[in-house]
Design a protein around this ligand. Structure first.
Ligand SMILES: Nc1nc2c(ncn2[C@@H]2O[C@H](COP(=O)(O)O[C@H]3[C@@H](O)[C@H](n4cnc5c(=O)[nH]c(N)nc54)O[C@@H]3COP(=O)(O)O)[C@@H](O)[C@H]2O)c(=O)[nH]1
Length: 946
């Protein structure tokens, strides 16, 4: 019990219940016990007091009666003539001695030794009245009580008797535990005392003498430490015996009065204690029946917090605690399943993040579901991404020892309908012979299945199935879990497909579906590694479609895209499956031809590609003809790294373009040397201006109507200290490529403007100097300001400066260039369109841009006189230009015949060796001066032929 109590109070709830018990049961019970004990004691004391008073009164009455009896006995025994009474007679039993008072006053002894003194007058008088007199004389150990009674009616005779103390007091008849003391009231003479009472107690107990009896007084005092109770009763004697009243003091031990209390105490205390114990025991028992389950449930809750979902709360009770325990166990199991499911889901999440392998994710899903979902069959069917109408089914039977199984399924329309109609899953009754995604389940004798579609981007991409052997289907919990796991599979599928998409996007060209530059490099690196390993050769073709830009500009980008896609297909058609065709971007394609023994084989393939790309492209009902230039490199002869091979193939392709396009060119080491030489050239060029190696030469322009040198084209010349004169056609492209063209261009502009200023100062008739501006230079921010600054810096009107731009620039950068040209034109600077006719000459350009002069390319002038179409083209250009209000300059005029024809065609001015070659500034001045102003209107030919 103590141990149980200790265990019990060690719990907080137990302590509280225990305190509650103390406060609500123990204290009231104890208080009630104490109160009733006190009341009972008071009551017993009160009763004792009353009994004691009655005892005292009764004793006093007995004394009175004994006195009366003694007086009668004395009177009778002392009657006249009576002899001594017989022994044993009443007189002998009650009287100590007896004397007779004769009528003559003599006192005669009847028996014993009575005092024989004559009666005192007062006594005599009383006797004569027929009344008795009691006198008391103190004596050792008490007092002698004498009674005098008349023996005759007249009072002549009397009897004097001393009363036997034993008779009078009769202590043997005292009630138990009761002592009496009798004292005379007035004199306080103690007549008798069975046990001595202290004087102070007597003083406090005995009332003061009075005519009327006073109230009983009770006192409590100690005798030898033991409480005593005393009470006094005054017996009226004065009228009957002419003697002071006697006071009877009765005493009893308090314990005697409380004797019943002690008895009661012996029963009451054990009963109260027993009641308390019973209450306590019941309280503990009841509290334990509350605390015990609470402790158990708390321990179980702690167990759950430690992920222990298996243990159970064992509580075989039919009350609320029993229900709570059962609910707790259910909750624990459910939490366990949910925890297991969440753990499985998080494991799957981690797996999804770490592997792109959908099958592995599906396997893990099935394994984890087996542990969590109480279904007889769990399966995942995934639609075959690459084979529409087919699916992969992975499944697992929960009570089978076999692991994961796999089957291929053919999908039916009903499958798609089932999944499409029930995105949140559906219960399906299985019938033998079911096909599609239900086939695997039906084959295993399952009766019912829950089918949860696996949805990605709102489209089912598979299904998760839970199969059951009996009709009683699983609950909501399984359905929820099925949905969660299906979501994970969907994420895995989407993740895998997205990875695939990302891979596709990163490695394939979306337009043609061909590998892009990244994948090409990868494959090239692999091929190099294989080549090294297996001593095998391969070839790399670099294909660029000639003038592809024209297609975009004239037919639009959609058409351009269609041409590129078709070009990719045609190239692909020319090679084996083992070869790699890639699109590098724009109109550039490459082909890795694996296992090439003879480079000539690569040449044949390249020729075939060129031929295929030369065939017409039918775009939007229009036939478009293109060509391609192909550069070829062979591994390992032309490079051993992907970068080297690509660069060299590119170089070869450029060489093919330079060779007239629609050509195949094998890379040669000399091509590489050329690239190196270009680098050297660029390095030297950067110092050429400061070293004074660059100079501007001026080629005259002759006005065909006046024969006057009306202008000059500024052409750059570089006199290299080691290599001698280097033509601009060689170093200008290098400068363009390296960016140094900006500086060269600025130099040309400044030089030409300065020269123009000098010519004007010298009075030369030259109205304008034209400067070639490269496309890159023109597209540079600030070109307008730069040109204006050059003119303004030299102090020449803007009209004296002409900018020569190429047709290609207008075609390739029409939008960005238009504003610049308008800016220049607005400032007065003239604009000439160089090399007209060689590019994609279009009337639209002439109209759109602020061009002042059209310069007909040399190739058309060359053909004048012997090429009909050249003549027609020149005539058309002149007519068209004039119609648009533009002047025309013919370039490269080298003969009088050409001059004549051009004059005839109405050309405005000419430029060419026939008029004069580009010459240093000083020579140019002399040249112009030779053409005297007065001769300016003379026929031109004689002037020129001089
Ligand atoms: N951006 C710059 N380009 C410049 C600059 N200087 C020259 N160039 C460009 O270099 C290309 C080659 O120029 P060049 O070798 O000077 O040849 C020019 C003439 O010498 C040549 N020409 C002139 N008349 C005849 C002729 O009767 N027969 C013949 N075979 N050649 C002739 O033609 C070139 C001028 O052509 P064009 O510019 O198209 O008017 C050349 O493309 C220059 O543009 C420069 O400072 N900046």
């Amino acid at each position: 019990m103590i141990a149980a109590l200790r265990r019990f109070v060690s719990r907080r709830v137990g302590r509280r219940l225990f305190l509650l018990f103390i406060v609500s049961a123990f204290l009231p019970l104890a208080a009630l016990a104490a109160l009733s004990f006190m009341q009972l004691r008071d009551m017993l004391l009160q009763q004792g007091e009353q009994r004691l008073a009655a005892t005292a009164k009764g004793y006093a009455m007995t004394l009175f009666e004994r006195l009366l009896l003694a007086s009668d006995v004395a009177a009778a025994a002392a009657g006249r003539g009576a002899g001594p009474p017989a022994t044993g007679s009443l007189a002998r039993l009650s009287l100590h001695s007896l004397a007779r008072v004769e009528p003559d006053g003599r006192v005669v002894a009847v028996f014993g030794n009575p005092p024989l003194e004559p009666l005192a007058p007062a006594v005599r008088e009383r006797i004569e009245e027929g009344k008795s007199v009691v006198t008391v004389k103190p004596a050792t150990g008490g007092a002698r009580v004498t009674i005098t009674v008349p023996t005759t009616r007249g009072g002549e005779g009397a009897a004097v008797a001393e009363i036997l103390p034993e008779y009078l007091w009769q202590p043997e008849l005292f009630p138990t535990e009761t002592d009496f003391c009798v004292l005379e009231e007035k004199s306080r003479v103690m007549l008798f005392c069975s046990t001595k009472i202290p004087d102070d107690v007597l003083a406090a107990t005995v009332p003061a003498p009075s005519e009327v009896p006073s109230a009983l007084l009770a006192t409590r005092w100690l005798r030898d430490g033991e409480p005593q109770r005393s009470i006094a009763w005054t017996q009226f004697l004065r009228y009957a015996f002419e003697t002071p009243d006697w006071v009877v003091v009765a005493s009893q031990p308090e314990s005697f009065q409380l004797a019943r209390l002690l008895e009661y105490q012996h029963i009451y205390v054990p009963v109260v204690l027993l009641a308390l114990l019973i209450v306590g025991w019941l309280t503990i028992r009841q509290a334990r029946s509350i605390v015990g389950p609470v402790v158990q449930l708390a321990a179980r809750a702690r167990g759950i917090s430690r992920n222990d979902f298996e243990s159970r709360v064992e509580m075989d009770r039919q009350d609320e605690f029993g229900e709570l325990a059962s609910a707790f166990n259910q909750m624990s199991s459910q939490l366990g399943r949910q925890f297991a499911a969440l753990t499985a889901l998080s494991e799957i999440d981690r797996l999804i993040l770490s592997t792109p392998d959908t099958a592995q994710v599906v396997r893990t899903v099935l394994e984890r579901m087996r542990a969590v979902v109480p279904a007889h069959f769990i399966g995942v069917t995934l639609f075959d991404h690459d084979a529409p109408g087919h699916a992969h089914s992975y499944f697992s039977e929960t009570n089978s020892t076999e692991g994961l199984a796999y089957a291929r399924a053919t999908l039916r329309t009903e499958d798609y309908e089932l999944l499409g109609r029930n995105p949140d899953g559906a219960w399906v009754a299985l019938v033998p012979g079911s096909r599609g995604i239900l086939g695997v389940l039906a084959e295993r004798g399952l009766k019912v299945a829950y089918i949860q579609p696996i949805v990605w981007r709102d489209v089912p991409c598979g299904a998760l199935a839970l199969g059951y052997r009996d009709e009683t289907s699983g609950g909501d919990e399984e359905r929820r879990q099925a949905r969660d796991f299906a979501d994970r599979v969907a994420v895995a599928v989407s993740s895998a497909w997205r990875d695939e998409q990302l891979y596709q996007q990163a490695h394939f060209d979306p337009l043609t579906g061909l590998p892009n530059r990244l994948l090409l490099k990868d494959r090239l690196t692999q091929e190099i590694a294989r080549g090294q390993r297996e001593q095998r050769r391969f070839a790399l073709l670099f294909i660029d479609i000639d003038r592809f830009k024209n297609v975009n500009d004239t037919l639009g980008h959609t058409a351009g895209d269609a041409v590129l896609a078709e070009a990719g297909r045609r190239i692909q058609g020319c090679v084996r499956d083992s070869d790699t065709v890639a699109r590098l971007g724009g109109d550039e394609f490459t082909v890795i031809l694996t296992n090439v023994h003879d480079p000539q084989d690569a040449g044949h393939v390249a020729e075939e590609i060129v031929a295929m790309l030369s065939e017409s492209f039918e775009i939007d009902g229009q036939s478009t003809f293109l060509s391609a230039s192909v550069g070829i490199v062979a591994y390992p002869e032309d490079g051993t790294t992907a970068e080297d091979l690509l660069r060299n193939a590119d170089t070869a392709m450029y060489r093919a373009k330079a060779a007239g396009r629609a050509t195949v060119v094998f890379f040669e080491e000399t091509m590489n040397a050329e690239a190196v030489s270009r680098l050297m050239l660029d390095r030297d060029l950067r110092q050429a201006i400061t070293k004074g190696e660059i100079a501007m030469h001026y080629q005259p322009l002759l006005d065909l109507r006046t024969g006057v040198v009306c202008g000059a084209e500024a052409l750059m010349r570089w006199n290299h200290p080691e290599h001698g004169p280097i033509p601009p056609a060689r170093f200008v492209p290098v400068a363009e490529e390296s960016g140094f063209i900006d500086e060269l261009g600025r130099f040309a502009l400044d030089e030409a403007c300065a020269r123009m200023k000098a010519w004007r100062a010298e009075g030369l008739p030259v109205k304008r100097v034209s400067v070639n501006v490269s496309p890159r230079q023109l597209r540079k921010v600030g070109i307008v300001a730069l040109v204006q600054q050059a003119a303004d810096g030299a102090g020449i009107p803007h009209e004296c400066l002409e900018i020569e731009i190429t047709e290609g620039l207008l075609i390739e950068h029409a939008d960005s260039v238009e504003g610049l040209l308008r800016g220049l034109s607005a400032s007065g600077v003239k604009i000439a369109l160089d090399d007209f006719g060689t590019g994609f000459s279009s009337l639209a350009y002439l109209n759109r841009f602020p061009i002042d002069t059209i310069k007909i390319d040399r190739v058309f002038i060359d053909g004048l006189g012997y090429k009909r179409d050249s003549e027609a083209i020149v005539v058309a250009i002149i007519a068209m230009s004039h119609a648009l209000g533009k002047s025309v300059t013919a370039e490269g005029v080298e003969s009088a015949a050409q001059l004549e024809m051009l004059t005839e065609f109405g050309c405005d001015s000419i430029q060419g060796y026939f008029v004069g070659r580009p010459m240093p500034a000083a020579e140019f001045v002399a040249f112009v001066r030779n053409r005297a102003p007065e001769k300016a209107t003379a026929p031109i030919l004689p002037f020129l032929s001089r």
